[in-house]
Design a protein around this ligand. Sequence first.
Ligand SMILES: [Ca+2]
Length: 357
Amino acid sequence: MKTFLTALTAILYICLPSQAQPDSQGTKDTKNKPNFVIIFTDDQGYGDLGCFGSKTVRTPHLDRLAAEGCKFTSFVSASSVCTPSRAALLTGCYPKRLSMAKGVLFPTSTTGLNPAEHTIADHLKQQGYATACFGKWHLGHHPETLPRAHGFDVYFGIPYSNDMNHPDNEGRPQSTPEVMDLLWNNPASTLTKWKTPLMENESIVELPVDQRTITRRCTDRGIAFIKENRKRPFFLYLPYSMPHIPLYVPDDMRDPDPKRAYINTIEHLDKEMGRIFDTLRELELADNTYVIFTTDNGPWLKFAHHGGSAGPLRDGKMSTDVLVLAAARTGTTPRPWKCCCPSNTVNPNPFTLPVMS
Ligand SMILES: [Ca+2]
């Protein structure tokens, strides 16, 4: 399994034609097109993977991805907070151009990503790809700004951060490490302390979402989507809501020590990544699938052991200094698209999403 990390938008915008080319039968030629899986975790630190130097977090599945691919060690996020970072990832534009540079959206927000903008999903859908978003969207929770207005065929996930309450954002627990300890000690607090919604396309289907299960359920959706679309090109976007506070894992994964809450959460995410990667291997899709693993804005350092580590880098979320991770490509067969990297390599060249596009 070879890996690359941040060259995703370069591949999408440079290597693929801008318009689908109908064949003689009028159908879009989708033969030999690669699949894309973008995994975008929330508030993870640069130093929170074994392959990026962590001595405390065990991430064997992501470490394998890095060992068989390429780490991009100078991949720079376009913003230090969620909404503008996600807008840049999906559009290749600087957040300011999108009018999305002023912080994050809240449940009371009336705006979102302009549906006239072109996302990766829009472009790939035009190419005949199946497209799906399972996870935290945070680019608007009104129908005209949700994923299906931006090129995704299906959506399942939470529309904004998991520490936000529907519909007025009132009544949330205090945001301190001490309160997060109390919540960790009480897993059922996900059902009593928060009012974060779970959405299926444009409808709320669970309120509050059981945050213990959301990572695993998004993975389940992702695996089902891969299986369903194994014979056609697909784009799967998995913007997990973890490890943004409050941290939750399934009861069967939970380490009762709140000091290990963040470690536990990342190790659960890694296990879920293993399920995705195993699915690609089992379906013999690994040679034709680019997997990009990265995160949105670096660790939320003020939450201590509920936040991550920037590793050798300075500062974290809400700092202009943050730097994000890398990506990976599954597969062992050389492909004509030249953006991919040989296995077990490090690409130190600086990238930003808008520059790549
Ligand atoms: Ca974030």
